[in-house]
Ligand binder design. Structure first.
Ligand SMILES: Cc1ncc(COP(=O)(O)O)c(C=O)c1O
Length: 464
């Protein structure tokens, strides 16, 4: 098979900067697509082809893709094993659509997935295939825990992101997309402070911030005057992604597991973004050695194609037949591609590789931080990394940290794009630059990403 786009290391650093005049395709997109469109506003590219870490636009310009389908493309674009799996489905004339009927491909997919789970969970795991996208699996998880516990409310975390359908949206920390809609699950969702160490909701940080956070939660669940009904579940990201790449302290995660277990509350871990090796373990909850009751998965699990599942412990399996359904639950191509990705991840220890590459990228960023105090907090796990950009001249907060810089992150993003590097933003006020490259990124490629980022940062800071 011919490789459409040459390897990144063959491409010299750009001398001339890309300019972004609106092309006819982009102009038509702006006119015809909803005002809700998001990525094209900051990444105004019309893409033509892609391979590995690279995408090429219709004008023949190459970009390093450290967005990778919002963390979906564990093996990068069009990896040989993914393409082969898809081609096999076609050449075998498999039914492309099967509702939730089983097939050898589906059976293999489940075996591959359960083979990646911690043994303690795999032994009693049940799986439900959901409608094709992450938010569908979150909806299913909500229904599941409500049905099994007979309770209707859920606790979620400030800064959390679980999708855009109305139930999942009600779990979201960010107010922007929720405000125009008014009540979603009404007061069925109560928000808790997340252990955001750099901007500790209790103004403490460190071990003390974690201790107080857990005490607050334990008190809330056990105080008969708390004003909060005992919930069906707590839903959490072990590393908040869209919320600004915030890794939860591992002792905190263990405490959360202990407290929810003691209270008889299901713990749902949303691994849609952090799962499948991204954080340096197959699943981000494994860093803490905990076993959730429910794990929600999507993105990488479909090997670039839409697929979402919820995996849960046996005690929750009280759904009646047909309690959760959906037409597009049998995407054979996505299952075949997902199986190929899962096997490749395991055989090549890409979780270990992601840990090493994340460490390497983090080291580059920490070196840059010596010259750029605007890099306030460098954080994350594995290849789920982020940098919170701050205004070093602003008034420090109660923890002594400078305030976020509201203009700088979009400038850095733009300067990166001009130099051929696609990065996304997240966090409060979009002030966190996020690195979500494919897990197959090499050391030399990491160095290249860091070099471009450094140049872009210097240009952005100079332009302030
Ligand atoms: C942690 C998490 N949960 C849920 C979702 C929603 O997934 P989807 O956009 O596929 O509906 C996302 C998407 O970014 C996510 O990062």
């Amino acid at each position: 098979m011919s490789v459409a786009i040459s390897h990144i290391e063959d491409t010299p650093l750009q001398e001339t900067l890309y300019q972004f005049d609106e092309s006819p395709l982009l102009a038509r997109q702006r006119q015809q697509e909803s005002n809700a469109r998001s990525y094209p506003r900051r990444i105004p590219l019309a893409l033509k082809r892609a391979k590995g870490l690279y995408v090429e636009d219709v004008e023949g310009r190459r970009f390093i893709d450290c967005l990778a389908g919002a963390g979906t493309l564990a093996l990068g674009h069009n990896h040989a094993v993914v393409i082969e799996a898809i081609q096999q489905v076609l050449s075998d004339e498999l039914p492309l659509h099967t509702l939730d009927l089983t097939t050898p491909v589906k059976d293999q997919f489940v075996q591959d997935l359960f083979g990646l789970l911690p043994a303690e969970l795999a032994r009693e795991a049940k799986i439900q295939f959901c409608g094709p996208t992450g938010t569908d699996a979150v909806e299913a998880a909500l229904k599941l825990v409500r049905t099994a516990t007979g309770r209707s409310t859920v606790l979620s975390f400030q800064g959390g992101y679980h999708g855009m359908s109305q139930g999942a949206l009600s779990l979201m920390g960010s107010l922007g997309p929720k405000k125009p809609l008014g009540a979603l699950l009404g007061n069925g969702v109560q928000f808790l402070p997340y252990p955001y160490d750099y901007r500790c909701p209790f103004g403490l940080g460190g071990a003390e911030g974690v201790r107080v956070n857990l005490h607050y939660l334990e008190n809330l669940l056990n105080d008969p005057e708390a004003g909060v009904l005992l919930p069906a579940a707590v839903i959490v990201e072990a590393v908040q992604g869209e919320g600004g790449v915030i890794p939860a302290d591992l002792d905190w995660l263990r405490g959360l597991r202990r407290i929810t277990e003691q209270a008889g509350v299901a713990l749902i871990v949303d691994e849609i973004q952090s799962g499948f090796g991204r954080t340096g373990k197959m699943f981000a909850f494994e860093h803490a050695g905990i076993i959730p009751d429910v794990v929600v998965m999507s993105k990488a699990i479909g090997g670039s194609l839409p697929l979402a599942v919820v995996v849960y412990r046996d005690w929750l399996d009280t759904w009646l037949p047909g309690a959760h359904a959906g037409t597009f639950r049998g995407n054979q191509m996505a299952m075949a591609a997902g199986s190929a990705v899962m096997r490749y991840l395991k055989e090549h220890d890409l979780a270990g590789h992601a840990a090493a590459m994340g460490e390497r990228l983090g080291e580059h960023l920490r070196i840059l931080q010596r010259d750029f105090p605007q890099l306030g907090d460098i954080r994350g796990r594995g290849l789920m990394l982020g940098v919170e950009l701050v205004d070093p001249n602003g008034k420090p907060d109660v923890q002594g940290h400078p305030p976020v810089h509201r203009q700088l992150a979009p400038l850095v993003q733009r300067e990166c794009l001009k130099r051929g590097l696609i990065l996304e933003l997240g966090g409060r006020h979009g002030s966190v630059v996020r690195f979500l490259p494919p897990l197959v990124i090499t050391g030399a490629e990491v160095d290249r990403v860091a070099e471009i980022f450094g140049r872009a940062l210097a240009a952005a800071v100079a332009s302030l």
